[in-house]
Design a binder for this molecule. Structure first.
Ligand SMILES: [Zn+2]
Length: 233
């Protein structure tokens, strides 16, 4: 009887010792540091733009964060030096077609041409081969997804859209702050002055809430992006 009790006590001590070890082990500590990470990705559509791209880059640099620029081919052709600058500052560059047309209205050949022209421009100017794209105006269907997929292109959408192309700065701020959460992808535009005005405040507020900013590819690599709106038909 006494022996059984001693064995139980020894087992109990061992269990507590084991729990203590797990708690103190560096692996556990590292896991805990990462499990609370809130990661968010800012994306900017429609650039590069000679007025707002330098402003955006300065805001992002000042905040020491990286973002993703979905660029339009015809703008890239006009302002290749801006694309180079975006790349030089460490931001991700991805594809937003060449002419910014509704992909649903184009033939299959035209869809692929829209994506390929911009992919090749990005590659020529920065050396980066990007297969990630967003459809202009969020317009797509199963044919667009399938044909683009067959050429290796991957569609990405977003989960937070403050409609910054038509809203004033305080509304943009409010919408982003109230709807952002871990893994969110925020769609903003590389152009509107109200976006430029709202952005520093948005970043400051999200940082205060312990959000970390990363590129879209990095977000997806980390298995986040669970709030991204995936393509549907
Ligand atoms: Zn667009």
């Amino acid at each position: 009887m006494r022996n059984a009790e001693q064995t139980r006590n020894r087992r109990g001590t061992r269990m507590w010792f084991l729990l203590l070890l797990i708690t103190l082990s560096p692996y556990h500590l590292i896991t805990c540091l990462h499990c609370d990470d809130k990661i968010i990705s800012l994306t900017f559509h429609d650039g590069p733009n000679p007025k707002s791209t330098p402003q955006l880059l300065k805001i992002l640099d000042d905040a020491n964060i990286k973002a993703t620029f979905f660029v339009v081919g015809k703008m890239v052709e006009k302002y290749p030096e801006l694309l180079r600058e975006i790349h030089k500052r460490g931001h991700q560059i991805a594809n937003h077609t060449y002419n910014h047309k509704n992909l649903k209205t184009l033939s299959t050949t035209e869809v692929i041409s829209e994506l390929s022209r911009t992919r090749l421009l990005i590659k020529d100017i920065t050396g980066v081969d990007s297969y990630l794209y967003t459809p202009p105006g969020g317009q797509y269907n199963s044919r667009v997804i399938k044909e683009a997929n067959s050429c290796g292109y991957k569609m990405a959408l977003w989960s937070v859209f403050p409609e910054d192309h038509r809203n004033p700065s305080p509304i943009i701020y409010e919408k982003v702050i109230t709807t952002s959460r871990d893994g969110s992808v925020v769609l903003l535009h590389n152009g509107p002055p109200d976006t430029i005005d709202a952005l520093p405040k948005i970043i400051e507020k999200l940082k205060a809430r312990d959000f970390k900013f990363t590129t879209l590819s990095e977000l997806l690599t980390q298995g986040k992006g669970k709030h991204i709106v995936y393509p549907r038909d």
